[in-house]
Structure formats: C-alpha cells, structure tokens
Design a protein around this ligand. Structure first.
Ligand SMILES: [Zn+2]
Length: 95
C-alpha cells in the first residue's frame, strides 16, 4: 500500500472534531489542529453537516438583524405558559 502525504496527518475522530468546530470557525486553532479538522471535514459528511449548521447559527447570532419570529408564535408560547401555570406545575421557589 502506498503512503501519501495525507497519511502523515493524524486522523481526528468525529468527537474530537465536533469539540473543536467552534474554535475552528473562530480561527482559534493552531495550524496543526486546523489542518486536521479541515481534512476531517473534507471526507466526513456528518461532521461537515454539523459544521454547516454551527456556521449558520454563528452567522445569524453575529448579524445585527433580529430574528423574525413567525406571527402568532409569541401568543402561542404565552398561552402554553399560562396553561402550564394553571396545571399547578411545581417549580422550585426561591425562599
Ligand atoms: Zn466526522
């Protein structure tokens, strides 16, 4: 079996990559880690899908535009909270 340049890169597991995704996005990784995460995302569909999702969230949170809440959602949430309260759901009350 032929060894290529890629085999010199120590393969990261999916768990390791996912733990580093935010730092990868923020550019907080060292070059070595960056290359390894990059190489993993290149061939792992699961992690690259997670990466896309995280990137979208980061972009949205970083933008100045406010989220458009679907109309009526706040009322439905309010109604549901009232219902939960009416059911007497017990919460920990501060003494
Ligand atoms: Zn992966």
């Amino acid at each position: 079996m032929e060894r290529n340049q890629q085999s010199a890169i120590v393969e990261m597991t999916c768990m390791q990559v996912r733990a580093l995704i935010v730092d990868y996005l923020d550019g907080n990784l060292g070059l070595d880690e960056y290359i390894r995460v990059d190489a993993h995302l290149d061939h792992c569909d699961h992690c690259s899908a997670i990466f896309d999702g995280v990137r979208n969230v980061v972009v949205l949170l970083g933008s100045d535009e406010l989220f458009q809440v679907p109309s009526g959602l706040d009322e439905r949430l309010h109604d549901e909270l009232i219902r939960v309260e009416a059911r007497g759901t017990e919460f920990c009350e501060p003494s």
